[in-house]
Design a protein around this ligand. Structure first.
Ligand SMILES: [Zn+2]
Length: 150
């Protein structure tokens, strides 16, 4: 279970998808809480993980014209917010390449002791003596099936 998680966050305070609890971002990565989404309150984050981006579209917002992409939870595919590709107004350009997550669609997980997750992929069985290099999050999860079970 959970193999579709590509990235585990290890912050003390994590925002997760409310529906499936996939890790989405860290509390420390909030830039602003002063945003509004389709469901009300929304936060601007510098970094979001475990989401898929849709095609860019131009959207007129209260702060002007932007090119944005909806972002979907990679696990349950619910739209959790959007990413700003481009802002036409100079004073809005700090939002470019940043992410909005809708507060209504988030849950918070708080850890007193952050769980330690092994880097992906996990260690290989010793007899194989395989050395793993850093693998991009998108790489094939099949690699992981060789590690022993629980
Ligand atoms: Zn989800």
């Amino acid at each position: 279970m959970g193999l579709r998680y590509n990235v585990y966050l290890d912050s003390n305070r994590i925002y997760t998808c409310k529906k499936c609890k996939t890790h989405l971002s860290n509390h420390e990565d909030i830039i602003s809480r002063n945003f509004r989404g389709q469901h009300g309150k929304a936060f601007l984050f510098s970094m979001v993980v475990n989401v898929n981006e849709t095609q860019p579209v131009e959207r007129n917002m209260t702060t002007g014209r932007h090119i944005v992409r909806d972002i979907k939870c990679r696990q349950c595919e619910i739209v959790v917010g959007w990413k700003y590709d481009k802002a036409y107004e100079v004073q809005e350009q700090y939002k470019e390449n940043k992410f909005i997550l809708e507060a209504e669609l988030l849950s918070q997980a708080t850890y007193l002791n952050p769980p330690i997750f092994p880097p992906f992929p996990t260690f290989a069985p010793s007899k194989k003596r395989r050395v793993y290099k850093a693998v991009k999050p998108q790489s094939n999860p099949i690699v992981n099936q060789q590690s022993h079970g629980d």
